[in-house]
Design a protein around this ligand. Structure first.
Ligand code: AMP
Length: 117
């Protein structure tokens, strides 16, 4: 899928629009979801211009790992690591993806239902 350089998350990464940033490293940015679906709802994004999980390349493997490690750290910082949390990559239409800059949802602070809707 074509990456849109003017998308909302690209602008957040460039600090052109505000977000409540909770974690930043050379390759990764994490910020609060503007419309949280759980008491803790954080979006973790690679700074790379990648639209969906389908667009990851094999040489992105280390950065994909960094997303999960960042999520784990944020879960700990938010105090939900011991009770548990959910990590989700919505992908394309059937996956419920609305923003085409790949992002990992970290959700917790309540018990998650399964299966999701
Ligand atoms: P998805 O449906 O997986 O693409 O998730 C997109 C998420 O981005 C939704 O949970 C939105 O609430 C969230 N979102 C949209 N705009 C912003 C924004 N400006 N800052 C933070 N989160 C946003």
């Amino acid at each position: 899928m074509q990456y849109d350089d003017n998308g909302i998350f690209a602008k957040i990464i460039r600090k052109e629009i505000p977000a409540n940033i909770v974690f930043e490293s050379d390759n990764v940015l994490a910020f609060e979801d503007i419309n949280p679906k759980a008491p803790v709802h954080i979006l973790i994004v690679p700074k790379l211009p990648v639209a969906t999980v389908n667009d990851f390349e094999p040489d992105h493997a280390a950065i994909i790992g960094e997303l999960v490690l960042a999520a784990r750290q944020i879960a700990k910082d938010k105090g939900i690591d011991e009770k548990g949390y959910r990590l989700v990559f919505n992908t394309l239409d059937d996956g419920g993806q609305e923003i085409y800059h790949v992002h990992l949802h970290l959700m917790g602070g309540r018990r998650m239902a399964w299966p999701p809707g």
